[in-house]
Write a protein that binds this ligand. Structure first.
Ligand SMILES: [Zn+2]
Length: 323
């Protein structure tokens, strides 16, 4: 795995003069003062910081000519906080690399950049909030650009509990778009989450796995649905492996309905191989080949209601995947 780490730097001599007053409007504290002209008031304000290289920097103080109040302007990589942006970024990256909040704080202490566990926690939360905002801004810029939207679920462990993560991707580029923690994989929760995203992106096709509930989601959103080929291939291969192993090791007697069609166990194994080749290879005549096989086996009696259900779903999914 290649990791690229880019941390913000502290540049003590780089102080950008202000362009807007950062203070609240004295007449309306909910708004910011709209002053844009300033006078340097003090240029040697000492500011102690926690950083990997610097113990202290110099800030400038400016007076806003509109509200007549003063405020500090810090060098690049420094803010009002006691810690520099470098140290904030380092603590967040340590957490992302797998250390706990306490683990990151202990390592920084060992490196002689002490930060409290609670400070590491606040840094990670602030970075996460900022990342979400940036992702939302980027997602809005994708409006009208994603016609084929993919929806899939995965499971992750959070605090020892399995959580469901829904992931939306731009199928044609393979680019991940966004994700969300959902209460369940039900059509209700999936639709509620994906509806706004699909509308904003201008999606026309929803690509999902072969769960029937997601077909309903696509219908409810007025989108065409395509079954994800990776899911189709995997599910059909798993089913063929189970049926093939059973036929080889403990072949059941061939039902008379299939004997009448001239089907033997060897023929069944050969047909399984044919289905696998059709699903994985997608030949131009795959659809009629599948239909012919379905006709040959249509009178096969179900032996297990659950097995029957699984077969119907898989064959249905395979057929839809080929369309
Ligand atoms: Zn002002």
């Amino acid at each position: 795995m290649h990791l690229s780490v880019c941390l913000p730097k502290v540049e003590p001599l780089h102080i950008e003069p202000p362009t807007h007053c950062p203070l609240p409007d004295p007449k309306n504290p909910k708004r910011k003062c709209n002053g844009t002209h300033f006078k340097e008031h003090q240029c040697n304000c000492r500011k102690p910081i926690r950083d990997t290289r610097h113990h202290q920097v110099t800030a400038h103080r400016y007076r806003c000519l509109k509200c007549q109040r003063t405020f500090r302007v810090y060098p690049a990589g420094v803010s009002r906080d006691q810690q520099s942006d470098t140290l904030k970024g380092l603590s967040v990256r340590l957490y992302i690399l797998g250390l706990s909040y306490q683990g990151a704080a202990d390592l920084l202490e060992t490196l002689q950049y002490p930060l409290a566990k609670s400070t590491v926690y606040k840094n990670v939360q602030a970075a996460g909030y900022h990342a979400i905002q940036l992702r939302e801004q980027w997602l809005k810029q994708q409006a009208g650009k994603v016609k084929v939207l993919g929806l899939d679920f995965t499971h992750v462990k959070c605090q020892g509990q399995s959580r469901i993560v829904a992931v939306a991707t731009a199928v044609l580029t393979g680019q991940p778009l966004t994700f969300e923690l959902l209460d369940s994989e039900s059509a209700f929760h999936a639709e509620r989450w994906i509806r706004g995203i699909a509308k904003m992106l201008g999606a026309e096709v929803l690509v999902t796995d072969d769960a029937d509930g997601l077909k309903n989601v696509a219908e409810a959103l007025g989108l065409d649905q395509q079954i994800c080929r990776a899911h189709v291939n995997r599910n059909v291969e798993d089913l063929i492996a189970v049926l093939g192993t059973q036929a080889l090791e403990h072949p059941p007697p061939v039902p008379w309905e299939l004997q009448a069609e001239g089907i033997t166990v060897d023929q069944f194994l050969e047909d399984l191989s044919t289905v696998e080749n059709i699903i994985c290879g997608v030949p131009f005549d795959g659809q009629p080949q599948l239909e012919q096989l379905a006709t040959q086996y249509q009178y096969a009696p179900p032996t297990d209601p659950r097995a029957q259900g699984n077969h119907v779903v898989s064959v249905s999914a395979a057929g839809r995947g080929l369309v």
